[in-house]
Design a binder for this molecule. Sequence first.
Ligand code: HPA
Length: 271
Amino acid sequence: MTASIEELAARVRARAGAEPVAVGLILGSGLGHVAAGVDGVAIGYEDLPGFPHAGVSGHRAELVVGALEGVRVAILSGRAHYYETGDPAAMRRPLEVLAALGADRLVLTNAAGSLRGDIRTGDLMLLSDHINFSGLNPLIGEPSDRRFVPMGEAHDPRLRAAMRAAAAAEQVALPEGVYAWYSGPSFETPAEIRAIRTLGADAVGMSTVPEVILARFLGLRVAAISTITNMAAGLSDEAISHEHTKAMAPLGAAKLERVLRRWLRETGGRG
Ligand code: HPA
């Protein structure tokens, strides 16, 4: 029997305390370090029925709840990707639990390839919008009319402005761009990259978009930041591999952590 969302939330509260969570975070490849700074409790996904097995190396699999820069956060350290199971809704349960714990904002992070010459390996990119290039949707099969989620401002203008301000205060460049979700797990061909560049993409990756859709479905406001780990296929001689992604993610991760901490500190996670 799987536990209900309320049962799962109660289980988390029993371990981490009843204080409501303000902000949810999802940490992508090689970005797990942010969770280490949280003054709180880590609960393995294996203790939370219905949470995914995060089976991708470079990803942990735990929910960390506690204070970061004085703000109550719940961090999903490790995500399940569509390509692991074929389920685009693999992160639905964790996001439902975050919402049940009180989170009304979600910050997503990921590793991505850049399609833009002015956004290079080691840089960050704030998602202004996204393209669901996979054609998949985590809300297929959702019976309620709530499935018709408006996506006009999926990437929240106010949260993005607060992120840009935090980045400026940290003197970290945070250009905005459009992220295209490619299902993976194979990387893109150069022709596919040329195609999505024509369609308006600035970066490409294998995650985040289904989570943004689910978060909007659950009423969370969303901001997402990519750390660029490589130039996309065909755009440079740089290697494109999972090893390379993991090796390069820390370049951006340190900057990303500064931006996130500054945002939490200056806005209390409001914004
Ligand atoms: N493509 C897709 N996903 C990625 C890439 C890429 O080039 N780099 C990191 N994640």
